[in-house]
Write a protein that binds this ligand. Structure first.
Ligand code: NCD
Length: 359
């Protein structure tokens, strides 16, 4: 379902009385009392407080913080009606300067389900950015309107960090060029947890365009928080994972292999618990002829999966083009549609934790 975004959104509803918001949070199990206003002792006992924080890079999230998000996401799924006023009186801007289906709609629905007001700016050609307005000016204008949070997708690396530096409201990175997509990685890890029961000990393969994909680095960074993780980057050399990712994994002593030869793929596939597939990121190729050369160079189908464990889960951030055969949809390997649906509880949890506090 896609909500038709309305253009006149900041309505400025009065904030809920502090008491009723506090009552909501006080009803939550003890670990979540991190939110309770005025309960400073409890708050200071939590170093994993995400309130007011920017979510720019998956590198910034600790295992504790991630587990807190998952705990709240579980609670959202179990008690969704209890969350209907968590963002009452809060204004969230969705500034999407690049196409998006799932990320935009799930953030939109998440904010609305929490009772927040949403300012959807997802048609870049309709904003003053196309008239030459700078990103800085657009962000400062949003800040001037008193938005409580800016969710931003932008084609440039570094755009989310820049936004976080120039506005005081928390910024959530919904994709910054080929660099990162941390909330996608949060929902990806949540999917693994729901489907597999744990992330520790996972053998995770990533296959496809690992060079220009932004979900791949963020996922690699996030899973590096867990124990005994093994990563397998399956792609030809021209599409292999970027050096910045390797450096980070080396730094954190995460085991990984790069599988670049066709003949090594069956053996790699046979070891995996999860195979994460990505499309060729056409729009990020600096040279269109290189894209043409690599187009169609990989495809995951049942023939490839004959080497896999029966429990193998196949994931994909979507959209898929031709790299993931639809025949997999009918098998228990297909996790990708459930994966997309977990975007909603995880993004509701992120909003609740980052902005869901009474003023
Ligand atoms: C991804 C993205 O935008 O990076 N999609 C998404 O957010 N679900 C992956 C992609 O576009 O290939």
């Amino acid at each position: 379902m896609v909500c038709a975004p309305s253009k006149t959104v900041i309505r400025g509803e009065p904030p809920l009385p502090t008491d009723s918001v506090n009552a909501f949070y006080k009803a939550m199990p003890i670990r979540r009392r991190v939110f309770v206003l005025g309960d400073r002792e409890t708050r200071s006992a939590f170093k994993s407080d995400l309130r007011g924080r920017d979510i720019v890079s998956a590198k910034d999230l600790s295992r504790d913080e991630l587990e807190l998000v998952f705990e709240v996401a579980d609670d959202v799924l179990a008690n969704s009606s209890a969350y209907s006023a968590v963002l009452r009186g809060r204004r969230v801007a969705l500034l999407f300067v690049e196409p998006s289906t799932r990320t935009f709609s799930s953030f939109y629905i998440a904010a609305r389900r929490l009772g927040g007001d949403v300012l959807p700016l997802n048609e870049p050609e309709m904003t003053s950015l196309t008239k030459g307005e700078t990103l800085y000016d657009t962000l400062k204008m949003l800040e001037g309107y008193g938005v409580d949070c800016i969710v931003m997708r932008h084609p440039s690396r570094g755009a989310a960090r820049f936004a976080a530096d120039v506005v005081s409201a928390p910024v959530i990175n919904a994709g910054s060029g080929s660099q990162e997509h941390p909330t996608q990685a949060i929902l990806d890890v949540y999917t693994i947890l729901k489907k597999r029961g744990e992330v520790d000990g996972i053998s995770l393969g990533m296959l496809g365009d690992l060079r220009f994909s932004r979900t791949v680095p963020s996922l690699a960074y996030l899973v590096s928080n867990f124990d005994d993780v093994e990563l397998h980057f399956i792609a030809p050399s021209a599409l292999q994972v970027r050096q910045e990712v390797e450096l980070y994994l080396n730094d954190r002593n995460v085991k990984y292999t790069k599988v670049t030869r066709q003949q090594d793929i069956p053996d790699a596939i046979s070891r995996l618990d999860v195979l994460y597939v990505t499309r060729l990121q056409k729009e990020r190729f600096p040279d269109p002829s290189e894209y043409e050369r690599l187009k169609g160079s990989y495809r995951v189908d049942m023939d490839m999966l004959r080497y896999a464990k029966t429990s193998l889960g196949v994931m994909h951030p979507l959209p898929r083009v031709d790299e993931l055969d639809a025949e997999i949809d009918r098998t228990p390997h297909a996790w990708y549609f459930d994966q997309a649906s977990y975007g909603l509880p995880t993004r509701m949890a992120i909003f609740a934790l980052v902005v869901g506090e009474a003023r």
